[in-house]
Design a protein around this ligand. Structure first.
Ligand SMILES: O=C(O)COP(=O)(O)O
Ligand SMILES: [Mg+2]
Length: 231
């Protein structure tokens, strides 16, 4: 199913984790370093992939709850400080860019679409990560989970991008791997593309009923750049 219209879309907002980059190996390494410091057992990548999507505090909290450890606010804050220090050393060691991402971003950018990044990841890590994966020139607006008063699935970051780009919500396509992205898009009145390969709490993204689903970002090119056959 695809109800995305190339004649209406003028700008595209991308999610980061699970959409552009597979950051779970670095997030997992930092989480396991934190768990070791707390004398708790390590967790596997499958767990980590199921916990990413609502920011670092939620990732840390889910790991503490998983171990039935102290998950009081002060325990979470202590764990979060350990995790943040560890992740700062693990931003771009084993993270990889998904297939098709660079080609697609480049083609969409060259075709004149205005591009934004809207992630729930803390904003302090974004410049280094975007630079490490050569994406720092692509996005005119970059928002982290702490950039505004609300984060996805709240519509505020998407509406902020609409205002920055001077476009209507129906002209901004939201692209993401999780229900937070699709719900944020629907809440803002934006069309949505759900990618099937990322992290979505073990659920298929089609359950969130995006306007289009795709197994690779490349599938968006013939939709938004109709002359695209192969790249
Ligand atoms: O940091 C997270 O939990 C998720 O980040 P995302 O919004 O880029 O998927
Ligand atoms: Mg994501």
């Amino acid at each position: 199913m695809n109800t995305i219209k190339p004649q209406t879309v003028r700008a595209i907002a991308f999610d980061l984790d699970g959409t552009l980059i597979d950051s779970a190996p670095d997030l997992g390494a930092a989480l396991n370093q934190m768990l070791t410091q707390l004398n708790l057992p390590s967790v596997g990548m499958a767990e980590v992939r199921g916990w990413v999507g609502n920011g670092m505090k939620m990732l840390v909290t889910r790991s503490l709850v998983h171990h039935a450890a102290d998950a009081s606010e002060s325990a979470i804050q202590h764990a979060l400080a350990l995790f943040s220090a560890a992740y700062a050393q693990h931003l771009s060691i084993n993270t990889v860019v998904y297939n098709g991402v660079m080609e697609s971003l480049t083609a969409l950018y060259k075709a004149g679409y205005r591009l934004a990044l809207i992630t729930n990841k803390a904003s302090c890590y974004l410049p280094d990560i975007l630079r490490a994966y050569h994406m720092d020139e692509m996005f005119e607006v970059v928002l982290g989970g702490d950039s505004l008063l609300e984060k996805k699935p709240h519509p505020l970051p998407l509406l902020h991008v609409c205002e920055a780009f001077d476009v209507e919500p129906h002209q901004l396509l939201m692209v993401g791997d999780s229900k937070n992205d699709i719900e944020a898009g629907k809440n803002a009145g934006c069309p949505t593309l759900g990618l099937t390969y990322g992290y979505n709490y073990g659920e298929h993204i089609s359950l969130s009923a995006p306007d289009m689903t795709a197994d690779s970002l490349i599938e968006l090119l013939p939709v938004l750049i109709p002359a695209t056959e192969t790249i």
